[in-house]
Design a protein around this ligand. Structure first.
Ligand code: SF4
Length: 192
């Protein structure tokens, strides 16, 4: 459970990496977390550590993998909030229904915008029609008023200047601000 100041801007945070993701992005930053399997830290142990760090840390960020793939996420967030922490969430917007459930509980969201909301999205995720869910998640996030950052990983095999311009247009059409562009870093990737 690393501590950072970049995963929830402005807050010294602990990051909980949730296992499991239903997409298979070619540039995945955490491919070892794609599988849904038992293992890792016991939830009780995480809560104990967080309890010990109250006053030192301000926030806890749920990252992954895809945190909204976990049905237990809302209860986990409530427990961490009960310890007095702010909550951050990193998501690719894969499960809008669960996102809608947790948006009232979180203080900041980092939402991945992988591509324009069309077939170019599927080239990255390896899943058919994967663009509807993040489009819906974006609408939910904007309607919620929760502070957020939209982020786009720029891998030259998947996104060129025209694609990036189309992402900006798609976001503007929906009333969203621009996405922060993050250059692909070849660490821990599924393939290059
Ligand atoms: S990059 Fe994110 S959405 Fe894509 S496979 Fe990895 S964890 Fe899932």
């Amino acid at each position: 459970m690393p501590f950072t100041t970049v995963d929830f801007p402005g807050c010294l945070s602990a990051v909980i990496f949730c296992q499991g993701c239903t997409w298979r992005c070619g540039y995945c930053h955490n491919p070892h977390l794609q599988a849904f399997c038992a293992g890792g830290w016991a939830w009780g142990e995480i809560l104990r550590l967080l309890g010990e760090r109250k006053g030192f840390l301000e926030a806890v960020v749920f990252s992954g993998g895809e945190p909204t793939a976990q049905a237990a996420l809302p209860d986990a967030i409530r427990e961490v909030r009960g310890l007095g922490y702010k909550i951050g969430l990193h998501t690719a917007g894969i499960f809008p229904e669960l996102l809608a459930e947790v948006l009232p509980l979180v203080h900041w969201v980092g939402l991945d915008i992988k591509a324009p909301f069309d077939g170019r999205h599927d080239r990255i995720t390896g899943r058919a029609e994967s663009f509807d869910a993040p489009a819906e998640s974006l609408s939910l996030l904007l309607a919620s008023g929760v502070p957020h950052e939209l982020r786009t990983t720029v891998h030259p095999d998947f996104l060129g200047p025209d694609d990036i311009a189309d992402i900006a247009h798609a976001l503007s059409e929906r009333g969203a601000g621009p996405a922060k562009l993050q250059p692909f870093r070849p660490l821990g990737r599924a393939n290059s």
